[in-house]
Design a protein around this ligand. Structure first.
Ligand code: NA7
Length: 536
């Protein structure tokens, strides 16, 4: 039975990852009656689900943490330059405890629908336990990469061995010892998990659709001296991060590419390479805009690949084609390419050898059948829109979000949706979040929503809704910015190309976190320009 008004809240926040947790904590601090709803049994979001061996963040730990409380910053001691999933999860659990966030949450509860009630000016939120909660505001902090996709393959479900998914990994450790393992997918997750599986497995076969760019992490333990140095520099790091395009303190080389000779360029690429991981994607300013700079970075990358992979055929198959360096998220690895030098690790390129079917014994491609004990899917997500379109979200006049976004999402600064009053989406399409440090973008996004709520509450407005023309302008701007770079012409989950049938549109905002923050702050300062604020 549906319980009407089982809850009565100012704001419901869906999700307990970085963004949801921040928003719940700060809504409570602002005196709002807040209720959080989370499908998982605990906090963590991405860091709850993606607990496969090797899962790590590609932003440095010191930066990938909340900045809102200096005491929290001081008391939490990260152990490595790039934190592992268990450590980030422990951090978020610590934050939840420290700020008593869990008391506001219903865990193990999945939102199935939400509908705007024009008469009562509130949202009714339905959950899979048959309850209905009501709140004036609804904040969707459901994550940009939280709806996994498992490819449709003939006979997929007939496989008789063990099936694993990086994004829904079992909580108990998996024993790969002596097992024949297939891994499908070579994005960030595949590239992290493959070397660790290969340590124990008897045989690993990797099925690759698109070769990716991956750069070594150069990870290290944060010893006391390094930690002390990082702590001393933290305030500066934060300042630089908030003013940077990617929310991190590292910037591109200052001298223009065109002003340097080959030797000097090589030195710049070398330095960026040694810094590790995603930072190589922005060795020079304009590297993902100008083809000449990107080609030079790619050339450097390919020469590194030659040092890392012994076999010419394997190296050729692992060499990216068709997308510019950095236009799919560059991966950060620990020994990924070197894994292919091991005799029991094999690569199957699906471009030359597509899968025809799965059988109880294994995987068949056009070149023949292979038998496995375990198949691991590292096949990605219905990115940025999937978590929202999979929920029945009905706005004004019963408009269904899934239908409104059939040709691609339309948002004002990502957060506001025309036709959906009092609904705030965090880290969604139209935001730079997936290009940036999500710890900081989550703070920025959560604060924007809470500023809007406070502004309306204090001024006596019962609803706020993005104006259709303002949202169309922002959405167009998002497309224009992307198409002025090399991102626009490269297929990826940024463009919807990873999922057959998904509308093609450039989903994130590629204009930079700093630019985005400046625009968002101006909107707040000017009384939420672009939003229609209404009294009951
Ligand atoms: P990604 O980066 O979306 O990677 C998914 C991988 O799975 C990628 O290599 C895909 O190839 C591949 N894939 C997807 N569908 C198929 C099918 N049908 N057959 C074969 N291979 C397939 O997800 P991750 O979890 O690795 O990382 C997500 C983000 O987390 C990452 O970008 C970082 O921001 C952190 P494709 O390249 O689409 O051809």
């Amino acid at each position: 039975a549906v319980e009407e008004n089982a809850f009565d809240h100012d704001v419901i926040v869906v999700g307990a990852g970085f963004a949801g947790l921040y928003t719940v904590i700060h809504a409570a601090r602002r005196g709002l009656r807040v209720h959080g709803i989370e499908a998982a049994p605990g906090v963590g979001g991405t860091w709850f689900w993606n607990r496969y061996p090797g899962a790590r963040c590609d932003v440095e730990s010191i930066d990938y943490s909340y900045s809102f409380d200096p005491e929290l910053e001081r008391e939490w001691r990260w152990s490595e330059r790039y934190a592992t999933q268990p450590e980030i999860l422990r951090y978020l659990e610590h934050v939840a405890d420290r700020f008593e966030a869990r008391t506001h949450y219903s865990f193990n509860t999945r939102v199935t629908g939400a509908s705007w009630d024009e008469t009562a000016q509130c949202w009714h939120v339905d959950t899979d336990d048959g309850r209905r909660a009501t709140a004036a505001w609804l904040v969707m902090a459901t994550g940009p990469l939280s709806t996994p996709i498992v490819p449709e393959i003939t006979g997929r479900d007939s496989f008789a061995g063990q099936i694993l998914q990086t994004s829904a990994w079992p909580s108990e450790p998996v024993d790969f010892t002596g097992k024949r393992v297939a891994v499908i997918g070579t994005g960030a997750s595949g590239i992290q998990v493959i070397p660790l599986i290969a340590e124990d497995a008897a045989e690993v076969v990797v099925y690759q659709r698109t070769a990716n760019y991956s750069v070594p992490a150069f990870n290290f333990d944060l010893d006391d001296a390094e930690w002390a140095t990082q702590q001393t520099g933290l305030a500066r790091r934060r300042e630089l991060s908030w003013k940077s395009p990617a929310g991190s303190p590292w910037s591109s080389h200052l001298e223009p590419f065109a002003d340097l000779d080959d030797e000097a360029r090589e030195a710049v690429f070398n330095e960026a390479w040694q810094r590790g991981g995603v930072l190589f994607a922005k060795a020079f300013r304009g590297q993902t805009i100008e083809r000449e700079i990107n080609d030079a970075a790619r050339d450097f990358f390919e020469r590194k690949l030659a040092e890392r992979i012994a076999n010419d055929t394997t190296r050729s198959a692992l060499t990216p084609v068709g997308h510019a360096l950095g236009t799919k998220r560059i991966c950060t690895d620990s020994g990924y390419y070197e894994t292919y030098n091991l005799p029991h690790v094999h690569l199957v390129s699906l471009r030359t050898e597509p899968i025809t079917e799965m059988t109880p014994a294994g995987i068949t491609t056009t070149a023949g059948a292979r038998e496995f004990d375990i198949i691991v899917y590292a096949t990605g997500f219905d990115a940025m829109t999937g978590a929202l379109t999979s929920i029945e979200i009905r706005g004004r006049d019963g408009r269904l979000l899934r239908d409104e976004w059939a040709d691609g999402p339309i948002t004002l600064l990502g957060v506001g949706l025309p036709g959906f009053p009092n609904l705030c989406v965090l880290n969604g399409p139209g935001t730079p979040s997936v290009f940036a440090n999500m710890a900081l973008t989550s703070e920025q996004q959560g604060r924007f929503a809470l500023e809007l709520i406070d502004y309306c509450t204090n001024a006596g407005y019962s609803s706020a809704e993005a104006r259709a023309d303002a949202a169309e302008a922002w959405t167009q701007h998002t497309q224009d910015v992307a198409h002025a770079t090399l991102f626009g012409s490269s297929d990826s989950w940024y463009t919807g190309a990873n999922l057959p049938g998904k509308a093609r549109a450039f989903l994130p905002y590629a204009g930079g976190f700093d630019q985005f923050c400046a625009r968002a702050e101006a909107v707040i300062d000017n009384g939420f320009t672009g939003f229609v604020l209404s009294e009951r």
